[in-house]
Design a protein around this ligand. Sequence first.
Ligand code: SAM
Length: 243
Amino acid sequence: MEKTHFGFKEVAENDKARHVAGVFSSVAGKYDLMNDLMSLGLHRLWKAFTIEVSGVRAGDRVLDVAGGTADLSLAFARRVGERGEVWLTDINNAMLTRGRDRLLDHGFRMPAAQCDGEKLPFPSGHFDCVTCAFGLRNMTHKEQALAEMARVLKPGGRLLVLEFSKVWEPLTPAYDFYSFKVLPWLGKRVANDAESYQYLAESIRMHPDQETLKAMMERAGLEKVEYYNLTAGVVALHRGHKF
Ligand code: SAM
């Protein structure tokens, strides 16, 4: 049986999604609070930057893959207006439900679909913009997921992948201390779940670095792929175009 990584552990490939589902079902209730605490609010800036470089305008069609509690979907909903379309999607029902409820609380009735980023239930060439924020790291077949995101883009459309990446080398010792000591401690205190935050730290280390992800996006058929390092490479935003 094929093996893959789940953080630093090896698991059967067909079992990774179940492990990931366990993490997000467990953290869903405290997800937004933990994001603010762990990043000291920086995730809001990273997402605001993503919206800025998306080029999304009124009337556009946007797909938010692994959209979770809907931070990006909410910002896009405000941009696209009445004529536009924003789909919030996620594989996990607990996360998706929180996201959908949040959109409704803000007065947006938008479609939400529970689906796997590796098998998107949308026609080819449908969206002006596809985003995947902090989701790709958790997927089993990342190349397949990128190919799917590229497939559903219209010619002229953009794929934006916001993800943890390789931090600037001199910061590594401090970043490792923060990730492997502070994060699980915070997870235990706030969400009563140290393990999920240990997985977060480990999965970041296993994720492809900036250049590797750029090459993967190019192999998925995207062009003019570029990336922006944010907060010294703690996070990178990759953008590719479909022509
Ligand atoms: N995009 C949101 C954000 O930036 O706050 C949520 C990110 S959260 C860290 C990762 C999300 O990826 C979770 O909601 C999880 O359920 C989702 N996910 C994991 N594997 C997935 C898959 N194969 N397809 C779609 N979503 C997936």
